[in-house]
Design a binder for this molecule. Sequence first.
Ligand code: 5FU
Length: 252
Amino acid sequence: VKSSRLTYEEKAALQSHPAAKKILEIAIKKKSNLIASLDVSTTQEVLQLAETIGDTIVAVKLHTDIIKDFSEEYVIKLKSIANKKNFLLFEDRKFGDIGNTQQMQFEGGLYKISDWADLITSHVIAGEDSLKIFDSKVGIITIAEMSSSATLTDENYKKRAIEISENISNVIGCVAQSKLPSSLLLFTPGVNLNSIKDKKGQNFNTPEKVFDKNHTDFIIVGRGIYKSTDPKKEALKYQKSGWEAYLKNISI
Ligand code: 5FU
C-alpha cells in the first residue's frame, strides 16, 4: 500500500513557486531535509557555522534581529557561502502586523530583508490582505501552529491559517506541528535528539516522530546543532536521521 505522503519529487511537480522548487531540488540533491536555525548573536558565528555545516543543510534559518553587528558586508559574505554550499536563506521574522507596516519591515530598516531572504515566515493574525505585500520572489512560510506549550494556535486557528495560505500564491508552506494538505510544504521546528523540552515553553520531538506522525517535509534544528561542541558532526547526525525518517515515510 502506498503511503499517503508524497515524495519530494512529487511535491516539486505540484509547486510553482521558484523558492519551493529550489528547496525541494536541494533536498533531493543533498539527501537532506535539515534546516539549521543559527540563533547566535554575532555575524562571525553565523558565517562560521554556515561554512562548517553548509553541505548538510537545505537552508539556514536566521533571526537577524538578534545579531549584534549586522552589516551589508555580512549579507554579502553569507550570500556567497549560500551560493557556494547550495542552501537558501530563511529569515524567521514572523511578521505579524498590518500590510503597510509589514511592507516597511520587510523592505526597509537596517536589515532590508527583501534584498537577500529566499524565505520568510509570517503570522496570519492580521488576515489575508496583510500577506499580499511581500514581493512575489520571496517564498512565504506562514505560522499555522507553534511548538510551544499552551500556544493559542488551536485547530480552528490552524484551519484558517491553511485557508489563507492556500489563497496566496507565494505562500509555499507552513510552520506547524501536525499534518498539512500536500499542496503546502510542512516546516517543523522543535526538533532535538537529546531533549524533550526546555524551561521556557519549547517542546521537542525527534526527526523520526515528526515524519511518522506529521509527514513533515523539513525539520528545523536550533540548539541541537549550534550549541553542540561539534556542530558539523551533529548536523550530519540530524541530516542522516531526517533523511532516514523520510525514506521510511515514503516506503510505508
Ligand atoms: F514558529 C516557530 C515555532 O513554533 N517554534 C520554534 O521553535 C519557530 N520556532 C523557531 O525555531 C525558534 O524561534 C527557534 O529559532 C527555532 C527552534 O530552535 P531550538 O533551539 O531548536 O528550540
